[in-house]
Write a protein that binds this ligand. Structure first.
Ligand code: AMP
Ligand code: MG
Length: 512
């Protein structure tokens, strides 16, 4: 941990523990020249949380360093190697094809790895250019910070630089580089890589490394002060169980805010249960459990309703990778099966919060939400394709207003339905159920669980178009709204409204 006084980037202490793991894990390299870099945006909030001084970006050499054009003293840039399952199929070796790991610094948030994405080719670029286009960089930047604002575990984004460098995707675009920050960028795919190579030594080293990174979490999970008293096998099993629990929480949070990741390949799954690698993600507009946000996902493998199931599939890939360290396959399956018991509990917690149901229900074993109540509301929303975020926020406001207006307060919610009969039937049961609650407390809970602002595709798109012509103000505005998405922000109602008609034509794919 650093002292309390804000620091310049160059004052942070570098530790680079990942770099010290050895040659099998990464290749040392530096960035490739990025012509005429310019600051595009930065996260004031993250800089503050990290303990950086207010105008840290203006320090001499920082723009060049975070463009990949210079190396900060103490940094040991590298690209790491991993493999993974992509769309359900083993893809073999992948690796940081365009991410440059600068190292690990001591920050007020604790040790944090810093990574540039889009800083040029690496030994793992597989004939691609190692670059990222401005469009996808803005999306990743905004979404990282939006997720943090929603209280969902995520890698963070400190800043972005743009450059006139031409990058060719479906058309000519320009390059940008994002600085990402996380306690670790290790993926399930890192473990799969060494398991596939049957490199047990490397697997062991990597396991000890993530066990150390997760020491506090593991100790809390096991309620044990001395992890070292346990065998590696026991600690690894506890780690798998902990990871399963983290993913149960993460998936319930994604589902709760209508977030679709789009590419839940195992190389995009963080070992620490962070949302990472924002590509063709989307916060759903109208509710459809079958919604596919990624135009490259032809089979709909990663559709919204399937995400919790896919997380379980991915956990099994991780479990398989651990099989050479843990001889007892049944114990691995048992550890991972924790996901199956935790997911319904976490879902129940998220949706009870969204519905403002705080009182435990008799006969429900301490639970606050009847399954039929949840399935009922999701079913009516899905049948009428009601806007997901607007529905929940309006329902929260209705419960707030119901203290004065009674059931009439729900009329604005009914108005969201073309044919409100089914919704009205559900509402009768819900209203009845609310009689056992304190409406004021329920409303307070709902307003803290149902965001007014989510990063919809069209909001991203508007910010991208403005940034392309040199105007970053829309990015800054979105950052303000999305860092506090549960607040009202009077005057910005348009950002919480239904998407415009043209939003339907936005197609996001793996191209980035
Ligand atoms: P993604 O679909 O973005 O998670 O990327 C999958 C793999 O492709 C990772 O190994 C990336 O590093 C690599 N990759 C994606 N785009 C590029 C690019 N433009 N240049 C080099 N590698 C890339
Ligand atoms: Mg990726």
């Amino acid at each position: 941990m650093t002292s309390q006084s804000p620091q310049r980037l160059s004052q942070l202490t570098w530790n680079n523990r990942f770099a010290q793991l050895g040659e099998a894990f990464s290749s040392r390299l530096s960035g490739t020249e990025l012509p005429s870099p310019q600051w595009l945006a930065h996260s004031r909030l993250l800089a503050q949380e990290m303990g950086l001084e207010r105008d840290w970006m203006h320090e001499k050499g920082v723009l060049e360093a975070l463009s990949g054009n210079a190396i900060l003293e103490g940094s040991e840039p590298l690209a790491s190697v991993y493999s993974g399952h992509q769309f359900g199929v083993w893809a073999g070796q992948l690796g940081d094809g365009r991410a440059l790991y600068l190292g690990e610094v001591d920050t007020a948030l604790g040790p944090m790895e810093i990574q540039l994405k889009g800083a040029g080719p690496t030994p793992y670029s597989r004939r691609a250019d190692g670059r990222a286009v401005l469009r996808s960089t803005v999306r990743e930047f905004l979404c990282s910070e939006a997720m943090a604002g929603l209280g969902i575990a995520t890698t963070r984004a400190l800043c972005m630089v743009s450059s006139p460098l031409a990058v060719y995707r479906e058309e000519r675009e320009t390059a940008a580089v994002i600085t990402r920050v996380a306690p670790s960028f290790i993926r399930f795919g890192h473990f799969e890589h060494f398991a596939a190579l049957q490199n047990t030594d490397a697997l062991l080293t990597l396991t000890e490394f993530v066990l150390e990174l997760s020491r506090e979490d593991l100790q809390n999970h096991l309620n044990l002060p001395h992890l070292a008293d346990l065998s590696l096998e026991e600690r690894s099993l506890a780690f798998l169980e902990l990871t399963a629990i983290k993913y149960a929480k993460l998936m319930s949070q994604w589902q709760g805010v209508g977030f679709c990741h789009g590419v839940m390949n195992t190389d995009n799954m963080s070992i620490l249960g962070l949302t990472m690698d924002y590509g063709p993600f989307q916060f759903m507009d109208s509710f459809d459990p079958q919604h596919i946000c990624n135009h490259s996902d032809h089979q709909g493998r990663y559709r919204y309703g399937q995400q919790p199931q896919i997380a379980y599939w991915n956990l099994f890939c991780l479990g398989q990778a651990f099989a050479s360290l843990i001889n007892d396959t049944d114990a691995i399956v048992k550890a991972l099966s924790t996901y199956k018991t935790h997911l319904p509990m976490e879902m129940q917690r998220v949706y009870a919060g969204k519905l403002g149901l705080l009182q435990e229900q008799p006969g429900l074993e301490g639970a606050r939400l009847e399954d039929s109540m949840l399935q009922g509301v999701l079913q009516v929303m899905s049948e009428q394709r009601v806007d997901y975020s607007i529905f929940w926020r309006k329902l929260s406001m209705a419960v707030l207003n119901a203290q004065k207006l009674g059931p009439n307060a729900f009329n604005p919610v009914k108005d969201l339905f073309l044919e409100p009969q089914m919704f009205t039937a559900w509402l009768d049961t819900y209203w009845d159920r609310l009689k056992s609650e304190d409406l004021g407390l329920s409303a307070q809970c709902m307003l803290a669980h149902n965001p007014k602002f989510v990063l919809r595709n069209h909001l991203c798109e508007t910010a991208i178009q403005a940034a392309k012509v040199g105007d970053p103000s829309e990015i800054d505005r979105l950052m303000d709204l999305l860092s506090k998405p549960f607040e009202e922000h009077p005057g910005f109602e348009a950002y919480a409204d239904h998407p415009p008609h043209w939003a339907q034509s936005i197609a996001v794919s793996c191209s980035s």
